[in-house]
Design a protein around this ligand. Sequence first.
Ligand SMILES: [Zn+2]
Ligand SMILES: [Zn+2]
Length: 224
Amino acid sequence: MKQNLCTIPLSEVLEPKRGCPFCRMERMLEERLLEYILGPAMMEPDIRIRTNQEGFCPRHLEKMLARRNKLQTALLLETRLLELEKRLFTPSLEKAGRAGGEALESCFLCRELAEGVERLLATFFRQYDASLEFKALFRGQEYLCLPHYARLARTAARFLPKKAQKGFHEDLNALAGTRLRLLIKDVRRFTDRFDYQKRENKELSDAQDALERAFSFLAGESVQ
Ligand SMILES: [Zn+2]
Ligand SMILES: [Zn+2]
């Protein structure tokens, strides 16, 4: 896969300051990968060999089907089906059984996405450690979702020098912890709407989307 495809300028990703920046980054990367495999990659035989062999998970198949590039999707699926027919239904039954498991558990896009995210994480930590401006941009984010909070907390030690780690964990806790406490309040106000005596309280109205926001925090926004 071409490196520049996964080169997303992180300061641009951090600029909007709405939602979790890492969810934004993953959505952007996924969009680029989808555009790539249904566009320029059609003409690259080595990529086609890999998409034929690895195939796509149900979530990515759905994303491909939802796009306008129907011909490109059809061409990709045609050669993938031919590959499956050759691997699963031509050899002996025993061999086919083993090949079946392997052929159906992989996804070209999931793997590329995971590799791209790993590279972007390394870049993120490098910039966080090197630039005060970038650090301020990170601290100014609206929040971090729980899955990305956990991932960053887990990987910080691998990418950051020891002296920078304490400050980074404080930043992480501020971004995710503040959100969590806000959600506790809003979800409580949401449940109050079902209480007859509190229903007339006008202050409750901005807790309307509390469940959706709690969901985005708990599950991340890049999974849909
Ligand atoms: Zn996230
Ligand atoms: Zn996938």
